[in-house]
Design a protein around this ligand. Structure first.
Ligand code: BGC
Length: 445
């Protein structure tokens, strides 16, 4: 049986949450609308017509939720700041009440001995900025720099651990190419500038924090998925290679100073229109203290000539009849191990934090108990894989479970449950799942 002590006594064990998914109080104390508030009003965009307006009511229940985090034995609390609570119009006037709220959350963390890990951007762009073009606008870097500056000046005396962006590939592809997430835009003419502006913001944001926060520990997060070719046919292998560039390489390589991985995927040369012949390579680079890896599943990819540009598509876990979660995501601890090693092989990554990992299952409360054995098995498998990588010399400093409690799972609404704690969204009643108790026991050993 794996023990948490095998990871060393300084290892960071946390839970991660995000403002839009947890806070609620969407129009309280001066908060401006976010793109998700607006997107959820559009017919058919979110399952069940759910809205993120109340979410888990964390805005009012943060003290209890932090106590629960502490009670489960974690020492890190990762949360994000809602840009539109700080700057309701995205830029312009600062909302003191927004600052006040995060001051209370930070102070409460410190009082309980939880290290506050702050994410600057977890997908909830102020709607006011989206009306001006959002991530496709070249003004994005100016807006983001201002926002990061306000946060650094307000919280930097107590918060030393900063994550600049949450999964840029996630919000640019789902929100600006596929239209499945807010703001619901589609096509390459939106996706390409959004990529480039996110790459610049992740580095510019790092520089703001470095300048303004003494002794800051700065990272940014990347979603990652091992890409496995469906067969060893050359067409499938090449398709998997292209998908790997998009899913795993597109955002980290510019940060490491390598520029965009355009040589292996000619289409990405189109980014030149926005970068004016690559002269931005230096500005895209930032010397992060750590990178956050967020892994849930691997993908199996086959050649598919119908798919524009990428000419590839996924062969789902259910089709292949391999174990998967309620999201249809393959469960595969070995691939978690391999993807960690892959990022470590860059050589220039200093430290890695697994900043999200977890699983969604159809949980039910029966007589006050949620017996989520599948989630426990998932954590056992993934933590074992992480330990193997660490044992082999990968400098992994911490692990954050996604997520503390069931929350607003973006376009899936409230039905997709990832939490260690069950939330009844009618009553806001919290019930610790057996996986939560499992984690508590694991963290004691
Ligand atoms: C995101 C979370 C999300 C989770 C599960 C990650 O990509 O950062 O906000 O809830 O995956 O889908």
């Amino acid at each position: 049986m794996l023990k948490s002590s095998q990871f060393g006594k300084d290892f960071l064990w946390g839970v991660a949450i995000a403002a839009q998914q947890n806070e609620g109080a969407y129009n309280i104390d001066g908060r401006g609308l976010s793109i998700w508030d607006a997107f959820s009003r559009r017919q058919g965009k979110i399952k069940g017509g759910h809205k993120p307006y109340d979410a888990c009511d964390f805005y009012y229940r943060y003290k209890d939720d932090l106590l629960l985090t502490k009670a489960l034995g974690f020492n890190v609390f990762r949360f994000s700041i809602a840009w539109s609570r700080i700057l309701p119009d995205g830029t312009g006037k600062v909302n003191k009440e927004g600052i006040n709220f995060y001051n209370k959350v930070i102070d409460e963390c410190l009082k309980l001995g939880l290290k506050p890990f702050v994410t600057l951007y977890h997908w909830d762009l102020p709607y006011a900025l989206e009306k001006e073009g959002g991530w496709t606008s070249h003004r994005m870097t100016r807006w983001f720099t201002r926002y990061a500056t306000v946060c650094a000046e307000a919280f930097g005396d107590r918060v030393k651990d900063w994550i600049i962006l949450n999964e840029p590939m996630g919000f640019t592809s789902l929100g600006y190419m596929l239209g499945k997430h807010a703001p619901g835009k589609t096509g390459m003419s939106n996706f390409l500038p959004a990529i480039h502006n996110a790459v610049l913001c992740q580095a510019d944001g790092g520089r703001v924090i470095r300048d303004l926060v003494p002794k800051a520990y700065i990272g940014t997060t990347f979603s990652c998925s091992e890409v496995i070719p469906h067969t060893d046919r050359d067409l499938d292998v090449q398709a998997a290679k292209r998908m790997d560039i998009l899913l795993n390489r597109l955002f980290i390589e510019p940060a490491l100073g390598r520029g965009y991985p355009k040589d292996d995927f000619k289409f990405l040369e189109k980014l030149e229109i926005y970068t004016k012949a690559w002269k931005f390579t230096d500005r895209m680079r930032f010397n992060f203290d750590f990178i956050g890896l967020q892994n849930y599943f691997p993908v199996t990819i086959r050649h598919n000539s119908i798919m524009p540009i990428i000419q590839a598509s996924e062969v789902k876990a259910a089709t292949r009849k391999v174990p998967h979660t309620a999201m249809g995501w393959e469960i595969n601890g070995e691939s978690f191990y391999r993807i960690i090693k892959k990022f470590w092989h860059y050589g220039s990554v200093k430290e890695i934090i697994i900043s999200e990992n977890g699983a969604c299952f159809k949980d039910e409360v029966v007589d006050g108990v949620v017996n989520d054995t599948a989630r426990i098995a998932y954590f056992e498998e993934y933590l074992k894989a992480m330990h193997k990588a660490k044992h082999e010399g990968v400098n992994i400093k911490g692990y954050m479970a996604w997520t503390l409690m069931d929350n607003f799972e973006w376009s899936e609404g409230y039905k997709a449950r990832f939490g260690l704690i069950h939330v009844d969204f009618e009553t806001q009643l919290r019930t610790i799942k057996n996986s939560g108790y499992w984690f508590r026991d694991f963290l004691q050993k």
